[in-house]
Design a protein around this ligand. Sequence first.
Ligand SMILES: Cc1c2[nH]c(c1CCC(=O)O)Cc1[nH]c(c(CCC(=O)O)c1C)Cc1[nH]c(c(CCC(=O)O)c1C)Cc1[nH]c(c(C)c1CCC(=O)O)C2
Length: 354
Amino acid sequence: MSGPVSEPTKRDGSRFLDTLSGKTLSVPPVWLMRQAGRYLPEYRALRAEAGSFLDLCYNPALATEVTLQPIRRFDLDAAILFSDILVVPHALGQEVRFVEGEGPRLDPLTSRADFRRLREAIDLDMLSPVYETVSRVRAELAPDKALIGFCGAPYTVATYMVAGRGGDEQAPARLMAYLDPDGFAELIDRLVEASVAHLVAQLRAGADAVQIFDSWAGDLPPAEFARWSTAPIKALCEKVREQVPGAKILAFARGAGAKLGGFASAVPADAFGLATSENLAAARSVVPYDIALQGAVDPIALVAGGAALDRAVDLVLEALGGAPLIVNLGHGVRQQTPPEHVAQLVARVRRRAG
Ligand SMILES: Cc1c2[nH]c(c1CCC(=O)O)Cc1[nH]c(c(CCC(=O)O)c1C)Cc1[nH]c(c(CCC(=O)O)c1C)Cc1[nH]c(c(C)c1CCC(=O)O)C2
C-alpha cells in the first residue's frame, strides 16, 4: 500500500487506461457515473444496515462491497470508489450530514471568519478509511478493470460549503465570489491544497486514475468560469502530478458548453467529461484528438431503455468513436433506472467486439 504508485498505464489489458493514454479502440471502455447506488437493490439492502450515508463512506468493508456491486453485475471497465465529494469539507472540520430523501446539509460558511475557523489543512487521518477502501477494492478487482478515485472541483465543493446545500444554481457562493473575491479565492486555494492531498492519497493507495467533478461550473459566465473552475483545476492537476508523476486525470466541468475549448487547452487532463447537453461534434473539434472524451448518454435515455437507449448510445459512438472515447452518461445514474438497462447499454457498446 505504501511506496510509489504502480505505473498506471502498465496495467495490462485495461481498455480504460489505454484510452486515457490516447489510444482509439474499436470497442471503447464503458463505466457510469453513480454506477453504485440506490437503483441497485443490493445497494439499498446494504445501505439499510450501514447507518448514515457517511458511516457507509467511512466503513472500508461495506464501501468496498458497494464499489464492487456494479462490477459483479455488469461488464464495466472501471469501478469508481464509493465515497462523496463532501468528505473533503468534513475533513476540513465543517459539519456535514446527509438528510434522507433531501441531500447534503452543511453548516453554511457566510464569511471569511467562518472558514478561518476550519482546519488550515485537511485531516487525512480522518479519511484513512477511504484510502483503506481504495486498496481493498484494488486488491479484489481483476487486472483489466481500472479503479477510479475522485474529488469535487474546488468551485463545486465551495458552493456546498457556502450554501450548506445544493440548489438555486448555487447562488450563495457566486454572490460571495462577487462581493468578496479575495475571501472566496482564499477558500478556493485551501480547497486546491486539500484536494491535492486527497487525490494523491487515493493514487498512492492504488487508484489507477482520478476524476475531478465540477458539477456546477457550467452555470458560471465565462470570466468567472476561467477564474473559479479552469484555474483551480489546472493547479490541482499540476500539483497532483508533482507528487505522482504521470497520474491519470479526468476532468468533468459539467455543462462547460462553449467554454470547453478554453478549459481543455488550459487543464492538462487525460480526458474531459461531457454533460448530456453538449454538442458532441463541437466538443470533439475543440479538444486535441489524442485527448479522450468521456460521456455523454442521457441518463433519462437509460431510464427509458429499449430503442431510445440503443439510439442514444449509437449517437455517442458515431460522434466520438473516431478518437479516444470512454462511454459514460452525461450525469449520474438516476434512482428509478431499471438495472437491466445498464446491461443493455454495456451490450450495445460491446456489440462490435470479438
Ligand atoms: C455534487 C456531488 C455530490 N457527490 C458527488 C457529486 C459530483 C457528481 C454529481 O454532480 O452528481 C459525487 C459522488 N457521490 C457518490 C459518488 C460515488 C461513486 C459513484 O458511484 O459515482 C460520487 C462520485 C455517492 C453518493 N452520494 C450521495 C448518494 C446517495 C446517498 C444515499 O444512498 O442515501 C450516493 C450514492 C448523496 C449526495 N452527494 C451529493 C449530493 C448532491 C447528494 C444527494 C443527491 C442524491 O441523493 O442522489 C454531493
